[in-house]
Design a protein around this ligand. Structure first.
Ligand SMILES: Cc1cc2nc3c(=O)[nH]c(=O)nc-3n(C[C@H](O)[C@H](O)[C@H](O)COP(=O)(O)OP(=O)(O)OC[C@H]3O[C@@H](n4cnc5c(N)ncnc54)[C@H](O)[C@@H]3O)c2cc1C
Length: 397
């Protein structure tokens, strides 16, 4: 029997992969940014400016923006292909993926004037929409417990508070910010009272916004941001006051599908590398991959990856067809994050001591893929969602 060609992406169904050209283009682009490029950035914790510029220039970052605003107008399943290929090549799309799903809030809920003003510049790369300010130190996963306030003052809002883990804040021109415009005690529904703002970062940095980088175990350009009497015009608000949480929820399915695609890419990277190494490394006069103790964890990781990918594709298909996809998007993120983590573990183990050497890129990807057990939503929170919303079990959080 012919072995499975691991260099090829598996189409979901007979009839081929509709995004084969996209995948091919992204692969070629990524080949210009090999392991040593990412390794050097990782060592110095620097942002992949050249890679993001190349992706922007090639139009991939704007693939979801409708053509009328200068993008390619492709569905989420195309963005899945883009991010999966970046990760499979050994790169990391987290440096720039937020733009893909954040612009959805602007697209779906912004005014026509806001869309005209920002989307064409985001599509061309003139404006970077990369910072997403939701998580707060005192609220964590409980987004509705956030405390950053935006208080009305004439035709402006005055913002005070703090966000944490606001990734790419130093590399973005705009921040999508969720803040409280009505106290949690007076709102009719717990999900009311939060509003969404598009903050001009350059202006804000002159008048009340400060950014402090957080060094983490991976190269992620993440920060904490502080707001002190920052005034933003009411034209910066997206949609209606008090409805921001709903607008954010709308985008979360896309976010989960796209992050799941990155996990699938990571998992395939690890399986590719593990198979190659297990086949060539000879110990006790035979390739280590001949030992079931080495071979089976890789085979299991491959099987888990393929299964998780089916859920990612299903979620994307439902999203693109306008069907409800909360359960599928959450399950895709859960299963893909587990598949990539298990693949990472088997790949590192397969490499023995060399898995720890920087030059193999395994330890770097291992650190990078661990994040997805926690962010953008932790595994437990997804299990709680499935328990409550899919299975009808009592609310656990
Ligand atoms: C590198 C990085 C980048 C990030 N980028 C961004 C960003 O750009 N923008 C942004 O807004 N946020 C960002 N985040 C934040 C991320 O979304 C949160 O870290 C994540 O949602 C978890 O929140 P937390 O860290 O406060 O953990 P907590 O909410 O404090 O949870 C801690 C642990 O307890 C568990 N837990 C909590 N409550 C329950 C419960 N009821 N049942 C079971 N288990 C529970 C969680 O699963 C988790 O394992 C980023 C985080 C990291 C680490």
């Amino acid at each position: 029997m012919k072995p499975v060609d691991l260099t090829r992406s598996e189409p979901l169904l007979d009839g081929g992969d509709p995004w084969a050209d996209v995948r091919d283009g992204v692969r070629k682009l990524c080949a210009r940014f090999p392991g040593p490029y990412w390794r050097a950035l990782d060592r110095d914790r620097t942002y992949p400016e050249e890679f993001v510029a190349a992706l922007t220039e090639a139009g991939y970052l704007a693939c979801l923006i409708p053509e009328q605003y200068g993008g390619a107008g492709l569905p989420v399943s195309a963005a899945v292909a883009v991010l999966e290929e970046i990760h499979r090549s050994g790169g990391n799309g987290a440096a720039c993926h937020a733009q893909m799903y954040m612009m959805g809030a602007l697209l779906r809920h912004g005014s026509e004037a806001q869309k005209q003003r920002y989307l064409p510049d985001v599509a061309s790369g003139k404006l970077r929409l990369q910072a997403f300010g939701v998580t707060e130190p005192n609220a964590g996963s409980d987004t509705l417990g956030l405390q950053t306030r935006a208080d009305r003052d004439g035709d402006a809002y005055v913002i005070n508070g703090q966000k944490i883990w606001t990734s790419r804040a130093e590399h973005s021109d705009l921040m999508l910010l969720l803040a409280r415009t009505e106290s949690a005690e007076t709102v009719a529904k717990r999900t009311d009272g939060l509003s969404l703002f598009l903050v001009d970062m350059a202006e804000a940095l002159q008048s009340g916004l400060s950014i402090r980088p957080i060094r983490t175990m991976l190269n992620h350009a993440t920060t904490e941001v502080f707001f002190k009497d920052l005034r933003v015009p009411d034209t910066a608000r997206i949609g209606e006051e008090g409805k921001g949480f709903r607008y954010i929820l709308d985008g979360m399915n896309a976010e989960r599908i796209l992050v799941a695609a990155e996990c699938i890419g990571d998992a395939r990277f690890f399986v590719d590398r593990a198979v190659a190494y297990a086949g060539e490394r000879v110990v006790f006069d035979r390739p280590i991959g001949q030992n079931q103790g080495v071979q089976f964890p890789i085979a299991r990781a491959y099987a888990e990856t393929e299964a998780a990918n089916l859920m990612v594709q299903k979620a994307a298909l439902r999203f693109d067809s306008g069907l409800p996809c909360g359960p599928e998007s959450n399950m895709a993120k859960l299963l893909a994050a587990d598949a990539s983590w298990h693949a990472a573990e088997s790949c590192l183990q397969t490499h023995g001591g060399f898995g720890f050497a920087e030059e193999y890129d395994i330890e770097r990807k291992f650190r990078e893929t661990r994040l997805y057990q926690v962010a953008p939503v932790s595994t437990n929170l997804i299990l709680g969602y499935i328990g409550q919303h899919v299975l009808g079990l009592p609310r656990s959080y």
